[in-house]
Design a protein around this ligand. Structure first.
Ligand SMILES: C[S@@+](CC[C@H](N)C(=O)[O-])C[C@H]1O[C@@H](n2cnc3c(N)ncnc32)[C@H](O)[C@@H]1O
Length: 256
């Protein structure tokens, strides 16, 4: 695992920034219930600060959470301790492309809130799917979501700082500003996240790298990985993946 991860510099504002994203709460509720109701062992990839894993553990599930960021895992671990959930939440610092977990241990694997976008090319996405297939029990399920790239939105926001939430700091309330740049041919985007107080003093700057994959290409990668697509939805209410859908939500199974 790399010594530092992109989220190490972002951990302290992650939840404030995510809360300003309209997709965050529905995502956390959806995965929290899905994982919480799973009778078998659950694996959350990119567990982050634990919004999903801890919700599932509160419902009685046993969850293993993997993340490559020490800062995100530290927040998750502190929260698990504060809530006395450490016996149900096992945290592992690892890369999702190379899981230090044995074969066939999980009934359900999830990669919530667009985490797969952090894998930047098909080779990495194929590595992920192969690892997911390996650690799933026969008949087990993999659920993840991803963006639907919106060209008009990208054209409108590129290079222009966008408000992305507020966070309380010892120096006073601070604004979070996201600035995006898109590499359209390679289907990648880079996001700069600035945190600044009212007088303009910058308290933090970090960067995230993402990629986007259309539903057809994603489906082909899943099938090439010998996983079976059960359903693909366009939102957390299981609406269809129509032209105006807000995202891709995949339900995939390993054959029994
Ligand atoms: C968008 S956050 C999602 C956090 C959490 N699941 C949630 O729903 O709030 C994505 C997380 O994936 C982690 N991540 C990104 N790439 C990773 C990789 N290759 N291996 C392990 N974790 C990774 C990041 O460190 C980050 O914590």
């Amino acid at each position: 695992v790399a010594e530092t991860a992109e989220y190490d510099a972002l951990g302290w504002v992650y939840e404030a920034r995510a809360a300003a994203n309209p997709a965050a709460k529905p995502s956390w509720r959806y995965y929290g219930a899905l994982c919480g109701d799973c009778p078998g062992p659950v694996l959350e990839l990119g567990v982050g600060t634990g919004r999903v894993a801890l919700a599932a553990a509160r419902r009685g599930a046993r969850v293993t959470g993997v993340d490559c960021s020490r800062a995100m895992l530290a927040i998750c671990r502190a929260q698990a301790r504060a809530e006395n959930l450490t016996d149900r939440v096992c945290l592992v610092r690892a890369d999702v492309r190379n899981l230090p977990l044995s074969e066939g241990g999980f009934a359900l694997v999830v990669f919530p809130f667009r985490g797969i976008g952090h894998l930047l090319d098909d080779a990495d996405r194929l590595r992920l799917f192969a690892e997911v297939r390996r650690v799933l029990l026969p008949g087990g399920r993999f659920v993840f979501d991803h963006y639907l790239f919106d060209t008009a939105w990208a054209d409108a926001v590129e290079g222009v700082p966008q408000p992305a939430g507020r966070v309380a700091t010892p120096a006073g309330p601070a604004a979070i500003l996201d600035t995006y740049w898109f590499d359209r041919p390679r289907q990648r985007l880079r996001c700069r996240i600035d945190v600044a107080i009212r007088d303009g003093t910058r308290l933090g700057r970090s960067y995230l790298s993402f990629s986007w994959t259309g539903p057809e290409a994603m489906g082909a990668l899943i099938e090439a990985s010998r996983l079976r697509v059960e359903a693909v939805y366009g939102d957390y209410g299981h609406g269809g993946l129509t032209a105006d859908a807000s995202q891709q939500l995949w339900h995939v199974r390993k054959e029994p």
